[in-house]
Design a protein around this ligand. Sequence first.
Ligand SMILES: NC(=O)c1ccc[n+]([C@@H]2O[C@H](COP(=O)([O-])OP(=O)(O)OC[C@H]3O[C@@H](n4cnc5c(N)ncnc54)[C@H](OP(=O)(O)O)[C@@H]3O)[C@@H](O)[C@H]2O)c1
Length: 305
Amino acid sequence: MAAKKVVIGGGTGFVGQRLGELLKLHQYEILNVSRMPGVNNISWSNIKKTGLPLNTYAVVNCAGQQFMDFTKSWSPGFKQNVHNSRVYTTQALADAINKHYKDKKPVAYVVITGVGAYEPSDDKRYDEASPAATGTDFFSKLVVEWENAAKVDPPVRLVIIRSGAVLGRWGGMIKNMFMPFYLGMGGPIGSGKQFLPWIHIDDLVRLIHFAIENPEVKGILNGVAPQVITNEEFTKAFAKALNRPAFLPVPELFLNLLLNPERAMIMTKGQCVVPKKVEDYGFKYKYPHIEDACKEFSHLFPKKT
Ligand SMILES: NC(=O)c1ccc[n+]([C@@H]2O[C@H](COP(=O)([O-])OP(=O)(O)OC[C@H]3O[C@@H](n4cnc5c(N)ncnc54)[C@H](OP(=O)(O)O)[C@@H]3O)[C@@H](O)[C@H]2O)c1
């Protein structure tokens, strides 16, 4: 039997690469949509001009300019890049799906967005039925446009995974904070009391695979671990896994000055997000607890697999 082909926008990134590895283990064939040439890559202009490959089984979008790239200032041009790299790529894949041959449509379109869809709050609890923010800050406005760009016609199942901070050794938040924590210079951000919705990278890619494979899965999913934690609780768990102290708080004012308050709010504010629908569908987490997740990525060098 021919391998099932999955087209992954941003398949070269932290999430996309790990997803590709998992899907290959399950006998899928992977094709990345990328700005860079490569053996398994096609370009975005190719997707726009010629559409999806004929026998595409599913499409996933994990593309997006990293907004926590500390080498880039929070300028209007950079913000536009953060926006366009998500909204336009999501739209380009949705258009390609909608234009694809009627009887050869992919089974699912899975788009990874963020928990920025929910307004930061110290007391609200958000499950998938909760109303999303109406777009008052940069990130919630972005998520509204991003998710609107994902619309695909039936029978293609649209699954939007609103991901929390993706925790893994080689990307996202952990890549940025590994060294300070490893050197014993880590600490909570601001008061540390803000919620930190999180998911281990292995669970996020397993959830994407689950969404592709299960015909009943559709709509919004909260891509977060079931254990709700604060930034302070994460700090303690990560420091413990590294066997280091973490007593050096990072003042909110310092982050605001360094990153711009609009961008810093991703770290200084949070929301309590629970994966109710994910658990109702019967998805089982490999890393439901932060202590176990932190143990998995608290190593300096690549682990032998
Ligand atoms: N990591 C997290 O903690 C986290 C949390 C919530 C949501 N998410 C979302 O999940 C998605 C994947 O995250 P990630 O951590 O895997 O990101 P990543 O490692 O930065 O990879 C994203 C990929 O997007 C592509 N990309 C970057 N800039 C682009 C641009 N200007 N135009 C088109 N494509 C561009 C790149 O592919 P090429 O260089 O091959 O073009 C890159 O490999 C993102 O949309 C992110 O917002 C991530």
